[in-house]
Design a protein. Structure first.
Length: 76
């Protein structure tokens, strides 16, 4: 499984039991243009001020979206 946010003790409304589940967003269709918003400002609790993240990020020229699509998850 790829990514997602683990939610503990989630209530299933159908069977009324509690269990851990994974919340994630998937793509129905891969878009022609894909924008990524990076949050580069974070609150620093040591100095109680916003600070800018200066880390360098690299992305490959070709991105494989298959694991993040509805079809890709169904194949797994």
């Amino acid at each position: 499984m790829h990514g997602g946010e683990l939610i503990s003790d989630c209530l299933c409304e159908a069977c009324e039991t509690r269990s851990d589940t994974t919340k994630r967003n998937v793509l129905n269709k891969v878009p022609n243009v894909f924008f990524v918003h990076l949050n580069r400002i974070v609150f620093n609790y040591d100095i109680f001020m916003n600070t800018k993240i200066h880390s360098r990020l690299f992305f490959p020229d070709d991105l494989n979206f298959e694991p993040y699509t509805k079809e890709g998850l169904e194949l797994r």
